[in-house]
Design a binder for this molecule. Structure first.
Ligand code: MF3
Ligand code: CO
Length: 276
């Protein structure tokens, strides 16, 4: 795994600010009737006008066309990598938005799931549990812990509520490259895996579905819905491990925090309803 110097983490923090601000600009426009292509354009303009570069646009994966969007917009049963399109959002939809930015050579990665107007009780719970699982994972990002401590903490929150941890996609190291070692599954055993060291930066990104299911990939080569129509949620932060505790680069408060209460943290950047 690649460890970053403090100055590099500061540079990643700058990329993360642009990334978060772009997500927030986009977020204000979320409402029934808007299309994900329109949201994509808002986010792209916000990144580019701040001197950043959309990290997903043109992203290549072997055997598929390059990813066309600045955002991944994953509606309802789509888990991740939804391609922005012309379908207007409807009341009752849930929308996962994933956004990545390069700035001065460093990357930041973040995702959040939004409710469009009123959503079912079950969908509301899916969003809040996924979000909480992310913060439970972040709370484990202490020097001396192991990767498996993060994975196990995420999995425990999700399974305690009888939801399903997606196995096919995982979190990852991030830095000069968008995807670096190590992989970070959202399931696993506490006490296993590599030790967390200061300077490791991780994109932690639980993906959760209502029920156990498999994934499909649509003909566009990217969009990944559940095999059975189960709803899916996705939350993500870019987190630096420091001697003073996890520093959530993509959060509004980037201060490292040593004794982290995941519940308090969750309230700070928890999901909220938009667009009644
Ligand atoms: N957060 C996702 C990931 O880390 C987003 C990647 S979208 C892609 O895989 F288009 F860049 F692939
Ligand atoms: Co990611």
């Amino acid at each position: 795994m690649i460890l970053k110097r403090p100055s590099e983490i500061d540079a990643m923090a700058e990329a993360a600010v642009i990334n978060r601000e772009a997500l927030e600009s986009m977020e204000k426009a979320i409402a029934p009737g808007i299309t994900t292509l329109e949201l994509n354009a808002i986010a792209e303009e916000a990144i580019v006008s701040r001197g950043g570069r959309p990290a997903f646009k043109g992203y290549k994966r072997s055997g598929t066309p390059p990813f066309p969007g600045t955002l991944c917009t994953s509606v309802n049963d789509v888990i991740v990598h939804g391609v922005p399109d012309k379908r207007p959002l409807e009341k009752g939809d849930i929308l996962s938005v994933d956004i990545g930015t390069f700035y001065k050579g460093y990357a930041a990665d973040m995702a959040k799931t939004y409710a469009i107007g009123e959503i079912s009780e079950q969908a509301t719970k899916l969003l809040s549990v996924t979000d909480r699982s992310l913060y439970a994972g972040i709370a484990q990002c202490q020097v001396g812990n192991r990767l498996g401590d993060i994975s196990a903490a995420i999995q425990a929150v999700i399974e305690a509520e009888d939801f399903w941890v997606v196995r096919e996609f995982v979190g990852h190291g991030i830095g000069v490259s968008f995807h670096e070692k190590p992989d970070l599954p959202n399931y696993g055993d506490a006490g296993r895996g590599a030790k967390l060291r200061p300077g490791l930066v991780l994109a932690i990104e639980p993906m959760v579905t209502e029920a156990e299911c498999e994934i499909r990939i649509l003909a566009d080569g990217w969009t990944a819905p559940t095999s059975d129509g189960s709803l899916a949620a996705h939350y993500e932060h870019t987190v630096a491990i420091t001697n003073d505790g996890p520093r959530i680069l993509t959060a509004a408060n980037q201060e490292p925090r040593k004794n982290l209460d995941p519940t308090v943290l969750h309230q700070e950047l928890g999901y909220r309803k938009v667009a009644q």
